[in-house]
Write a protein that binds this ligand. Sequence first.
Ligand code: GLC
Length: 545
Amino acid sequence: MSSTTPWWRSAVIYQVYIRSFADGNGDGVGDIAGLRSRLPYLKSLGVDALWINPWYQSPMADGGYDVADFRAIDPLFGTVADAEQLIEEAHRHQIRVIPDIVPNHTSDQHVWFQAALAAGSGSPERERYVFRPGRGPDGAEPPNNWVSCFGGPAWTRLPDGEWYLHLYAPEQPDLNWQHPDVHAEFESILRFWFSRGVDGFRIDVAHGLVKDPELPDLRPEPADEGTARGHVEHPHWDRDEVHDIYRAWRKVAHEFPGDRAFVAEAWADTPERLAAYVRPGGLHTAFNFDFLMASWNAKDLRTVIDDSLAMLSAVGAPATWVLSNHDVMRHTSRYARQTVARWVPNERYQPEGPVDLELGTRRARAAAMLMLALPGGAYIYQGDELGLPEVEDLPETVLQDPFWERSGHTDRGRDGCRVPIPWSGTTAPFGFSPEDTSAEPWLPQPANWGEHSVQTQTGDETSMLELYRTALRLRRGNPALGDGSMTWLDAPAGVLAFRRDPGFVCVVNLSGEPYRLPDHTSILLSSGPVEDGLLATDHAVWLAV
Ligand code: GLC
């Protein structure tokens, strides 16, 4: 990687789910003060940038993804001045900062939506959202059959008889991106934060902004949707017109000095459709969820890697690799299932079967080494580096994710991957909140959470944390890693082996047999012991060759 390569082509970006990272003021909820106090930790981990989940003023109906004011920080997390201080301090540590932006919807408490409610049917205020009369004799049926991602209809009826669209919770009304005010407002919000020093944005639901203006019914009926293969034009996901918005945003980013960059949360049916977001003049990067959704199987992983790199290099964009985030079951627990099935897009992943966390941890170590050796950038979700499992037994009384209520208590939702981080000690809150705090963490931590703490793992060469630290240090110092290309090496079925130049080879053994390593000058890193030149199943090595 040359020194003139823009940072975002190879960055390792650490995702801070701010509610659960570190609590500075002792109210049991993570905040900016807590994050600031942990910047030295992030520096020593060796990450290049932080993606911070929404920190804006919000009633928290969806953990902050229901934004009431994009120019204010929620008092739970701090103030705009705190945010500015965080950005400055992070920059002093050579760490960039990328907040989330949520352009598909606002909170129902946003001034625009409140004004729309007050102004009534047919008013210009309602045109900034998607209000429609209902169907049926007295308009008692929703305007179409769209479903909310959290379950139930995507429409809610108001006392005055009109319905409004919300692809997520009813507290998250969808904006109307056919309205010029919406474009102008978001460009202004981008400028507000760019001028406060942020280095880019993660764009929430980037594939959802533009809807078919006719709002046609979904066909086939929503229940059959998951079985559709390939790309079928959809009335509200991944419509071609969405790219016009991002071309304009890229120009906004370029009004500011330095390399500001976007990453899209775009769920697309095919690698081609995903690559469309990062064509020249469009966004810089997009999460590659195909990698996250792949089964733990060498053939599937190789296909995903090849298809992603082929499509992205065709448009000149770097890949980004991601194993976990705040929306999915933590990969240690996914991989802890003997059979890790490939996900079906648009469906929630709720695997069953016995959980073997030792197996999951072994695979998670190998997966991290694979991800960090691939060409492009990578994302680490807070706690990945501690090998945290999903907390699958949270009591039902504490579940907060809208999935739980909206699914009629059939889907426990995403709280299990959002449990506050264990920093130190042997009892809750495990250093998450200051010592003298009486408030409990907003989600309860398991009694054994201390086994995973930063304090427990620091200095233990066999720990997940030290594996990540070493991998990131090696990656930073090795010109073969980060942006660039890769070449597959001959290997038996079940073994992934590839070369990065100059002089680097990564081998991951997903076969059931030990694998004899190819010639090398030294082992740079291994996910477990290598004996007699043999790499055991579910292990990875980085070799100098
Ligand atoms: C994205 C976020 C998710 C949120 C949803 C609605 O998928 O990652 O957490 O619930 O958008 O904003």
